[in-house]
Design a protein around this ligand. Structure first.
Ligand SMILES: Cc1cc2nc3c(=O)[nH]c(=O)nc-3n(C[C@H](O)[C@H](O)[C@H](O)COP(=O)(O)OP(=O)(O)OC[C@H]3O[C@@H](n4cnc5c(N)ncnc54)[C@H](O)[C@@H]3O)c2cc1C
Length: 431
């Protein structure tokens, strides 16, 4: 076992090797992926996040099938309890599956939000009837899920949301608008955070529901990003009726339920030091190809950019291994996990920038479905560069994450939050 020389007691030494059990598990995962290779979607060589499919509907169906095959092979919901349809495995095993899927170039699961965030929230706060109704189907991508939290006037300050749910007999009637809802255009269900009591302080008057995305009154409008993709949507809710049986947690307990989602989101995104954009290995291959042909003055700048990107990406990866080592030894992600997304996003941006610098004009991509990413697919570097600012916002902006690191890791004084204890309607948030 090789270890770092770091002595800070908050840092786990890094164990780069699998334990014998983990090695055996990894071999089983590789064998299963090889056995089912023909039934799975695979990304092109070096293709990565930020790509737009030629036929999004066909791609959606193929990704649903891929998840079903993986679920039947026991490779989805690895760390979920068996009683919820999972494999009852460890988080380290789950991370191994993630690594092996990346190695086999299988793209992210279509239901990654359902598995990473919605499912754990339903498990923690749902009734047995909700567990029975939703979880197995979620794991197989029979139902795809989305997370309906952000609104035009509440993103970072999520508790200031204005979508209302009013009790009417056995139902609640919901009105409002959500925005940036990833996957809403292909979703069957969503977890929906609403305001049910405007007379209480903003965090105290919220309630969470499961909403049927095909219910009358739900309108989904895709948004188009600058990279050409439509990953997320506006969602309008007009007199949508939700049965009380679809409430998650008690009325007024929505913030506590949402914290479960947000905690899982941070672990899912910041997780195991995985590359959030194109990999440093892709960059190395591109550099071997393109660097020798660059004029001397551009070579110097490109080499500097390559060095900065490689250091940041590898530091992020090995910090991720430290988190996995802690998890593998039975621990929970510590303070370093909250900085994971911040560091991973910064590294991914440096990798994309270095690739674009190497490619020069060849990096320019044409926006449009089915675009192959420019000359020899080179445009995917700029497409990835255009996609990454969104990742620096999703699941907590860089600024908000820095606030968290300041307050919870460094112990700095908290931000002033003057509206925290005032009734929502009487606070600045409601205006
Ligand atoms: C790719 C992508 C996918 C997303 N998917 C989903 C989804 O599936 N479901 C969902 O509900 N939402 C989703 N979101 C929305 C996302 O959660 C919000 O965009 C995010 O929380 C920021 O909120 P906002 O856009 O309202 O920006 P604001 O909160 O208005 O922030 C604007 C600027 O002010 C800064 N700022 C805000 N507060 C502070 C502070 N206290 N201190 C310092 N700076 C601050 C921010 O960092 C930012 O630069 C997604 C967003 C993106 C980009």
């Amino acid at each position: 076992m090789r270890t770092t020389t770091l002595t800070d007691e908050r840092c786990h030494p890094v164990d780069f090797d699998d334990t014998p059990d983990e090695a055996a598990y990894r071999a089983r995962v590789r064998a299963a992926l090889a056995e089912h290779a023909d039934e799975l979607v695979h990304t092109d060589v070096d293709a990565d996040a930020g790509e737009e499919a030629a036929d999004p509907r066909e791609q959606e169906q193929a990704l649903r099938r891929t998840q079903r095959v993986l679920a039947e092979a026991g490779l989805v919901g690895v760390a979920w309890a068996a009683e919820h349809g999972g494999q009852g495995g460890s988080l380290a095993q789950q991370a191994i599956v993630g690594q092996e899927l990346a190695r086999a170039r299988v793209p992210s699961l279509i239901n990654h939000i359902g598995i990473g965030m919605c499912g754990p929230t339903v498990i923690a706060h749902g009734t047995p009837a909700q567990h029975e109704k939703y979880l197995a189907r979620l794991l197989r991508a029979d139902d795809v899920w989305c997370q309906l939290f952000s609104e035009p006037a509440s993103g970072s300050d999520l508790a200031a949301l204005r979508t209302t749910a009013v009790r009417d007999g056995e139902d609640w009637v919901v009105n409002g608008q959500k925005v940036w809802t990833t996957l809403a255009h292909v979703s069957d269900y969503g977890i929906l955070l609403t305001r049910t009591d405007p007379d209480r302080p903003k965090h105290a008057g919220l309630t969470m529901f499961v909403v049927d995305m095909h219910a009358p009154g739900v309108t989904v409008r895709p948004l188009r990003q600058m990279g050409g993709q439509s990953d997320f949507n506006e969602v309008f809710l007009d007199d949508v009726r939700i049965p009380d049986a679809e409430r998650l947690g008690e009325p007024g307990e929505g913030w506590r339920v949402a914290l479960t989602t947000l905690l899982n989101e941070r672990v899912a995104v910041g997780g195991g030091g995985n590359d959030l954009g194109l990999s440093v290995e892709s960059l190395a291959r591109l550099a071997a190809d393109r660097l020798p042909a660059l004029p001397a003055d551009r070579q110097v700048l490109a080499r500097q950019a390559l060095g900065r990107a490689a250091v940041a990406a590898l530091a992020n990866r090995y910090t991720g291994y430290r988190r996995l080592t802690a998890i593998s030894q039975g621990g929970l992600p510590g303070p370093e996990a909250s900085a994971g997304k911040l560091a991973g996003t910064a590294a991914a941006k440096l990798v994309a920038d270095a690739g674009v610098r190497l490619l020069g004009d060849d990096a320019v991509f044409a926006v449009g479905p089915g675009d192959d990413g420019g000359a020899d697919g080179a445009g995917r570097w700029q497409r990835n560069q255009a996609w990454l600012p969104g990742i620096a916002i999703a699941g907590g902006t860089d600024e908000v994450l820095r606030n968290i690191v300041g307050e919870r890791v460094l112990g700095l004084p908290p931000e002033p939050r003057e509206d925290k204890h005032r009734p929502f309607d009487a606070s600045g948030s409601a205006r």
